[in-house]
Write a protein that binds this ligand. Structure first.
Ligand code: SAM
Length: 208
């Protein structure tokens, strides 16, 4: 099994400085408009569209771990050839949304078990947005890393300015999500991920 790449060079140098100019004004705007501090939960899609633009091709196949009611799933469905949804629950709203697409397959169950259903190298990318505690994000990255040939990504990476502001204004949101940054840093290295205004993150895999 190929291992996550802490200490190895990504094939493209990713620019971490994107954090300050993009994410902080976005965060402030959300608060001023009465929204949640940072988006911890259902994706508002703005940052995800940017991420998708960076990593997808029209032929991409993607596993989304954690779909909730299928908002982010709909974006993958629109932009990818095939989407595998892994979620513990198949909520009515998720089912209804997925029925609108013939390229979405829902696998109901625990990500820590269902990873066995996927062959290594069988998809282009993985988007991890399930349980955000360290002890869940860590194995999700480890288990799904080998499945993807091109990118590994996820949601609710709160660090730097965003982490500080979230800790301050939204301790519950922080408590829920702080494991993402730690797991990503331990396994991939924060310097190797690109971050997006919705707190999504992505890294391109090294090709050997
Ligand atoms: C934050 S929501 C996903 C939101 C969705 N990506 C969106 O932006 O619209 C997290 C989802 O992960 C699922 N989940 C949590 N832990 C999981 C696990 N270990 N395996 C599979 N699904 C899990 C929950 O059922 C929930 O639907």
């Amino acid at each position: 099994m190929s291992k996550p790449l802490r200490g190895r060079r990504p094939e493209r140098q990713l620019d971490r400085k994107l954090w300050s100019p993009l994410t902080v004004p976005y965060f402030m705007r959300q608060r001023m408009e009465g929204g949640t501090s940072v988006e911890c939960g259902v994706n508002n899609l703005y940052g995800l569209v940017l991420l998708a633009r960076d990593v997808l091709t029209p032929d991409s196949t993607v596993i989304e771990i954690g779909s909730f009611k299928g908002v982010s799933t709909s974006l993958w469905a629109k932009l990818c050839k095939k989407v595998y949804v892994v979620d513990m629950q198949c909520r009515p709203k998720l089912r209804k949304r997925c029925q609108q697409w013939d390229n979405v397959e829902v696998l109901k169950g625990n990500s820590h078990v269902l990873h066995e259903q996927f062959e290594d190298g069988s998809v282009d990318g993985v988007y991890i947005d399930a349980n955000h505690h360290y002890e869940h994000v860590y194995p999700d990255i480890m288990d799904y890393w080998p499945k993807a040939t091109r990118f590994v990504a996820g949601h609710d990476l709160l660090t730097g300015d965003i982490g500080w502001l979230t800790k301050h204004y939204d301790p519950k949101g922080w408590e829920c999500c702080e494991g993402v940054a730690r797991a990503v840093d331990d396994l991939i290295g924060l310097e190797n991920v690109r971050c997006y205004p919705d707190s999504s993150w992505a890294t391109l895999k090294v090709t050997e």
